[in-house]
Design a protein around this ligand. Structure first.
Ligand SMILES: NC(=O)c1ccc[n+]([C@@H]2O[C@H](COP(=O)([O-])OP(=O)(O)OC[C@H]3O[C@@H](n4cnc5c(N)ncnc54)[C@H](O)[C@@H]3O)[C@@H](O)[C@H]2O)c1
Length: 324
């Protein structure tokens, strides 16, 4: 039986998902929606799908088994609610929204509908992350240093607070998510940020946070978009007798045996797509970041971003891992 997928948002990441879904047996992207219709048409042509100028037309015209939502952060809300109303399993790209209130509202609706969901925290599918997790099980992390030092992506919405939520919420969120997997839940801390005004937009262009975890571990998280290219993007972990440096591509391990570098063996975006589709088809149970789990990461980055833009205190209503 063919699984029919609709794709909302025909940009960079929509294209990545369309290409990886197109390699799966018995899966078809049947419709692509984007208000920039020519983008929808180009992407749809790659999969033999139909193009639509909006998600409403896509949902009205196509028989779907699941919906991918790959819109910019400010585009979330009504499209997910329409999917909930139709009982359509949802794959949502991170971040869940620019703000926390929208994500909390959607999470409550998804929870009460019992909808199958997955969120694009694809680092969770890195085989190297799994290896790091095994090593840390024997020697738990006492400190994490996370950095996302990069250029501003060249999409029109990214540098505007109202449209992206800022770099911590939009981009560095992957690192906070990894830290939640490898270290534990953040219980509090402090954050500062500022903006030089040298680039277009209005987001903070440097942010740094010092956080405490429920395990007693401590962490620093820094991000900047002032650089000409990707400079340093990853998570460093310090544990008794063990140092780790995890990027999207590699894991460097330093322990009593010396230092070794492991390249990833899986494409994590393809892996998350396979896992979501298998769950939709009732053939698998390996969705690693359903909406409720992604919400915990979104609560954390929202608290850090608010602190950096405000009084500096990272306030979490409860440890980020405890359901409301
Ligand atoms: N998981 C990852 O590593 C990863 C990588 C890149 C992007 N993303 C996320 O994916 C999202 C999109 O990023 P992108 O780089 O593809 O952006 P993009 O600007 O390349 O594409 C977004 C597309 O969505 C369309 N769009 C906007 N509002 C829409 C709406 N209401 N309905 C349908 N389409 C709409 C735009 O016209 C545009 O074509 C962002 O939230 C980003 O953080 C995730």
């Amino acid at each position: 039986m063919t699984t029919r997928i609709g794709l909302v948002g025909a940009g960079f990441i929509g294209g990545r998902h369309l290409d990886s879904l197109s390699t799966l047996d018995d899966v078809r992207v049947v419709g692509v929606a984007d208000p920039q219709l020519e983008r929808a048409e180009q992407l749809a042509a790659r999969a033999g799908a139909r193009a639509h100028p909006g998600w409403q037309q896509l949902l009205d015209a196509e028989e779907l088994d699941a919906l991918y939502v790959c819109v910019p952060p400010h585009g979330h809300g009504a499209v997910e609610e329409a999917a909930v109303d139709r009982g359509l399993p949802l794959f949502v790209e991170k971040p869940l929204a620019t703000d926390l209130a929208t994500a909390e509202r959607l999470a409550a609706r998804i929870e009460s509908a019992g909808l199958l969901t997955a969120v694009g925290y694809h680092w969770r599918y890195l085989d190297t992350l799994e290896h790091a997790r095994e090593l840390l099980a024997a020697s738990p992390a006492r400190m994490v240093l996370a950095a996302w030092l990069d250029k501003a992506p060249r999409v029109p919405w990214w540098s505007w607070q109202e449209q992206s939520g800022g770099q911590t919420v939009e981009q560095a969120t992957h690192l906070f998510d990894v830290a939640r997997v490898l270290v534990g839940e953040v219980v509090g801390g402090a954050a500062v940020g500022s903006r030089s005004g040298s680039a277009p937009g209005d987001i903070l262009d440097v942010t740094t946070a010092a956080l405490t975890f429920d395990t007693g571990a401590v962490g620093s998280f820094s991000n900047s978009c002032l650089l000409p290219r990707g400079h340093r993007i990853g998570v460093e972990l310090v544990a008794p007798g063990l140092g780790l440096w995890l990027t999207e591509h590699q894991l460097v391990v330093s322990d009593a045996d010396g230092e070794r570098t492991l390249d990833r063996q899986v494409d994590p975006i393809a892996a998350e797509d396979r896992a979501f589709v298998a769950a939709v088809r009732g053939e698998g149970d390996d969705v690693r970041a359903p909406y409720a789990e992604a919400l915990r990461t979104h609560r954390l980055v929202s608290a850090v971003a608010a602190a950096a833009a405000g009084d500096g205190v990272v306030e979490l209503a409860q440890p980020a891992g405890v359901p409301a």
